[in-house]
Write a protein that binds this ligand. Sequence first.
Ligand code: ADP
Ligand code: MG
Ligand code: MG
Length: 241
Amino acid sequence: SSLLEMRSITKTFPGVTALADVNLMVRAGEIHAICGENGAGKSTLMKVLSGVHAYGTYDGDIVYRGEEVRFHDIRASEQAGIVIIHQELALVPGMSIAENIFLGNEPRRRGAIDWKAAQRRALELMEQVGLVEDPDTLIKDIGVGKQQLVEIAKAFAKDVKLLILDEPTAALNEADSQHLLDLLRGFRERGITSIIISHKLNEIEAVADSITILRDGRTIETLDVKAEGVNEDRIVRGMVG
Ligand code: ADP
Ligand code: MG
Ligand code: MG
């Protein structure tokens, strides 16, 4: 069954049609890859979904868990369990891993931040993503691969149901990329749905259950990997035309 349906999404900026009648259907529990060349509209589509581009600034409908949703900001989508990790990470370099994981979302007790609970919960979340650092380590002192993991831990702190990763391995080395893809597979085992934006065929092949190809702001194809496997030629042709 589908967790998410974006129907006929059109989004324009002054002088640019970023998305024209785009459709996206994501099944519950799958890893859905969105691929396309630079400028195809991938990030914009996910910004529409997550309320970065608020309801009213695009055309079309979003149906999530069987209901039409209208997100006016990113908080609203996060409350619904949709968490997006952007290409530009949103971490505070001078703050610790634990502080970044919560950042305004700290566990509280009688109104006050419960630091003990926060520390405990941070460790649990870090373990889920395979981070063995001291939670007090500053973000600026860890590499970009680990920063990406902190972002994912932060998503889990918000009780994520649909995790969206926008080109998560773009700046990662091979080992960190593999670790991240392994994590996604593990999340799938736990029933968490994810969308990964990527144009790397090898990683799409490694994790995707379904693939949506965008080109010039249009949906070109949707492939069901389970049913038809990964047809590299078809993907490349879809991406470049
Ligand atoms: P992708 O993520 O696939 O590389 P984007 O969604 O970032 O593509 O961009 C799609 C198109 O929309 C591009 O032509 C881009 O320049 C344009 N665009 C994206 N965001 C904005 C914005 N905030 N203002 C103006 N144009 C934008
Ligand atoms: Mg992008
Ligand atoms: Mg409409």
